[in-house]
Design a protein around this ligand. Structure first.
Ligand SMILES: C[S@@+](CC[C@H](N)C(=O)[O-])C[C@H]1O[C@@H](n2cnc3c(N)ncnc32)[C@H](O)[C@@H]1O
Length: 157
């Protein structure tokens, strides 16, 4: 039931594979101490990979079973990994250097708007397979797409 309910506000659970996780970090070009946010962090595998690379990671997960699994799996990285049992749509995201998402095609237009709102200074976004309608990916490999959201220009007088 938990896995079904998440479909109302998000995407079903399917994990990112190991070689794709390597591509995420290859694309993101983050430094130790940088922060990556994962929207829908599943079992925590990407958060753990970030912590092992000496980065900070913040994951949002709405499925309570996956949240508990993720929370337990990331326990030994607690200094670097934060897991939030929360809907990322209704949350204010922390400052970060990159965002990773693996959701659904139908969510990408709304997600593009949410990223622009949450990250007005611009940010790198890595998406599993699915395109943002208003942007062109800078790179693609192993089903992973790299996007750069540029800073919003304030055109008010
Ligand atoms: C396709 S899975 C990807 C899991 C993980 N990111 C990975 O790549 O291994 C999508 C995940 O997003 C979670 N999710 C979907 N909508 C969400 C929402 N609105 N807030 C938080 N988590 C959500 C689902 O429960 C699921 O675990």
């Amino acid at each position: 039931m938990c896995f079904g309910l998440v479909l109302i506000s998000g995407a079903p659970y399917l994990p990112t594979l190991k070689n794709q996780i390597d591509t995420i970090f290859d694309f993101a070009q983050l430094n130790p101490g940088d922060t990556i946010i994962e929207l829908g962090c599943g079992d925590g595998r990407m958060l753990i990979a970030a912590a092992k690379r000496d980065m900070n990671a913040v994951g949002y997960e709405l499925n309570p079973i996956l949240f508990v699994i993720c929370w337990l799996r990331t326990l030994r990285f607690r200094g670097k990994v934060t897991v939030k049992f929360a809907d990322f749509w209704g949350s204010n995201w922390p400052n970060a250097d990159a965002v990773y998402v693996f959701l659904l095609p139908r969510l990408m237009p709304a997600l593009e708007r949410k990223i622009i709102k949450e990250e007005p200074r611009g940010i790198k976004v890595i998406s599993f397979a699915f395109d943002f309608p208003g942007l062109k990916p800078l790179k693609m490999k192993n089903g992973i797409l790299l996007y750069e959201f540029t800073p919003e220009v304030d055109s008010s007088p």
